[in-house]
Design a protein around this ligand. Structure first.
Ligand code: OXD
Ligand code: MN
Length: 638
């Protein structure tokens, strides 16, 4: 390990004098391009100085988070060809990445802890843990030395102070991201509360340290594709949870580079939550108001790219109901003094999957990104509009276009090539994204920035399950609900590097985002739900069940608002026939949608037992083991 690496963890309570000396010495040869370095707290100064010394940027740019700063960076990126204005909208831009850098890279994502079992469970010999990958501190030191020294040469280092959650809120936390990507700065401005106000709120407290580099120092010896520097061979996303530190190298894309999101708000935050007694979860938060005007809040966990954003902004088909969104991806939840669970959305923007988003599937998201948004790896029409798979139908309908007109539409696909509807390949990358301010959503909840959060009445787990799993069931208890969450499975999606449609385990929808030993995580959930806390009800949903000829049995998201009165089954309470308002759905096959096929569930319970034994092993809490045994008995008695 180099000297820099050994001194990564700043000393607590370092005297200001000493820090200033160290800092002045270290930044001497690196100019400050923007910002008042001397006004920063000693901890922040020291962080910047040490990392600048390590990564050797051309200069330091301390972001103030202003609109002027955003516009200046945008102008520069447009000039360089990194961003293209989408002329049809106000202040919207298209960005095309290097086609090798298009998704989160789970295989290169690590938790670094002294004790391996702080990160992963005691799995049997030869079993690779799927909930988190562990790297030793020694190995991490080597990997760091092999990447970060000098990695920002010739590029500015942006200092991005950001708050996850409303600035100064009791559940909010502050991070500082150092990055050599100006695209990341723009996205962080949309996705978080970012800039000078955050530093004011920080004072001289500690913060989560986020270090990000695209990993391509100048002079660049490789060809830079689409003006998108990256280093796919050397990608590493490493977390040091004890040190509250994130090191990301080689990718500029999404969750790999916007470190406030998956890295901080899930992997690091679930560690902070474990220590402080709260939960950081991969969940949307929405308010549902019934025709009588009573509102209830729900948090729902679905694996990546299963439609959380669409559900969070659902337009109900049943009259009189209203949905309002608080968050579409992450929930930080803490039991309040009144015993209820309160949740905040730590983010300030939506980073949603573009393909499949349309006025039919998510009109509210479409409204949200009409201005001030960045589109990454989508296609563009000759009129300066965005385009992706799923928008054909509305062009036909809205513009009244014939098939021929549609085919003649001149499109530049995400790779920058000419493309027409009906041509081979895709217009947009399946994981192409919109990044837009949540405040622009027409159905954003008025309390979405309430610092104390909103009270959660129900938690929902779900996934893409083509067979066997009914539309909805309620767990018997908090403990049983945790088992239900622990057994979430879903078809793989394009959000990460997995290919094919295989059904994968994604416990609590947290498989790629677990920050510590998953057995302890389950125990933490169990403990928090005990009295005097009033634990919310837990449900499981599946609107991806298919008929034998692979058609969805449930018509669509807008229909997820219908009512429920339950009947007890082996896996939980399911709604009684007749209890859900099915008006307008004459062809719905209720029996197929709600059935619990014995043979399917017998196989499933064997597989689930095997999964928990092999993946959680001796770390499985006894209460969950008990729930599992009970579930098995009920299934055999079916
Ligand atoms: C996301 C993801 O981007 O889950 O939200 O991958
Ligand atoms: Mn997500």
């Amino acid at each position: 390990m180099t000297e820099e690496c050994r001194s990564l963890k700043p000393l607590e309570n370092d005297a200001y004098q000493v820090v200033t000396e160290v800092v002045t010495h270290k930044i001497n040869h690196i100019p400050i391009y923007k910002g008042d370095f001397a006004s920063l707290s000693p901890k922040v100064q020291r962080f910047i100085a040490e990392k600048a010394e390590l990564m050797n940027p051309s200069g330091i740019y301390i972001c103030d988070g202003s609109q002027k700063e955003f516009d200046t960076i945008v102008d520069k990126l447009v000039e360089r060809g990194v961003l293209t204005p989408l002329k049809a909208y106000e202040n919207c831009y298209l960005c095309r990445t290097d086609p090798r850098d298009v998704a989160r890279v789970e295989s290169k994502t690590w938790m670094v802890t002294k004790d391996k079992y702080d990160s992963v469970c005691h799995t049997p010999e030869g079993v690779r843990p799927i909930m988190g990958q562990w790297m030793s501190e020694e190995q991490f030191g080597k990997e760091l030395d092999n990447r970060f020294p000098g990695c920002m040469a010739g590029r500015p280092m942006y200092v991005v102070p950001f708050s996850m959650g409303p600035i100064g809120g009791p559940l909010s936390k502050i991070g500082i991201e150092l990055t050599d990507s100006s695209y990341v700065v723009l996205c962080m401005k949309i996705m978080t509360r970012m800039g000078a106000k955050v530093l004011e709120a920080l004072g001289d407290q500690d913060f989560v340290r986020c270090i990000h580099s695209v990993g391509l120092p100048r002079p660049v010896r490789q060809k830079v594709i689409n003006h998108w520097p990256c280093n796919p061979e050397k990608v590493m996303i490493a977390h040091r949870p004890k040190e509250r530190e994130i090191w990301s190298f080689g990718s500029g894309y999404g969750g790999n580079s916007l470190l406030g999101k998956k890295c901080f708000a899930l992997r690091i935050a679930c560690n902070i939550g474990y220590d402080e007694g709260w939960l950081a979860e991969h969940m949307l938060i929405m308010g549902i108001t019934n025709p009588e005007g009573k509102e209830r809040f729900v948090a729902a966990a679905f694996p990546s790219a299963c439609g959380k954003t669409n559900l969070a902004m659902l337009t109900p088909t049943v009259p009189g109901w209203k949905i309002r969104v608080v968050g579409d991806d992450i929930a930080w939840m803490k039991f309040g003094e009144d015993g209820r669970l309160y949740a905040i959305n730590p983010e300030a923007g939506f980073f949603g999957v573009a393909p499949g988003t349309s006025h039919k599937t998510n009109a509210m998201a479409m409204e949200t990104f009409q201005k001030n948004s960045i589109f990454t790896n989508v296609a563009e029409t000759a009129d300066g509009e965005y385009f992706w798979e799923g928008l054909e139908k509305e062009l036909r309908q809205q513009k009244g276009w014939s098939e021929e007109q549609l085919h003649n539409l001149e499109i530049t696909n995400w790779l920058g090539d000419r493309w027409h509807v009906g041509d081979e390949g895709k217009a947009a990358h399946p994981n192409s994204r919109f990044t837009c301010p949540a405040s622009q959503c027409p159905i954003i909840h008025p309390d979405w920035e309430a610092p104390q959060g909103v009270p959660i009445d129900a938690i929902i787990f779900g996934g893409r399950r083509p067979e066997g799993v009914p539309l909805v069931f309620e767990s018997f208890s908090w403990q049983h609900g945790i088992l239900v969450g622990a057994l979430v499975k879903s078809e793989a999606t394009a959000a990460a590097e997995h290919v094919g449609k295989q059904v994968m385990h994604d416990p609590m929808a947290m498989r790629p985002f677990m920050g510590y030993n998953y057995g302890r995580y389950l125990q933490h959930w169990l403990d928090l739900g005990k009295a005097p806390h009033k634990a919310p009800k837990i449900f499981h949903v599946n609107w991806f069940r298919e008929t034998s000829d692979h058609k969805f049995l449930w018509p669509g998201f807008g229909d997820n608002i219908r009512n429920d009165i339950a009947v007890e089954t082996a896996i939980g309470y399911v709604p009684k026939r007749g209890s859900i308002n099915l008006e307008g759905l004459p062809r719905l096959d209720w029996n197929e949608l709600m059935s619990i096929p014995k043979s399917y569930w017998e196989e499933d319970i064997d597989e689930s037992k095997h999964f928990l034994e092999s993946q959680v092993g001796s770390d499985l809490p006894s209460e969950i083991q008990q729930e599992l045994d009970n579930l098995e008995k009920r299934i055999h008695a079916l």
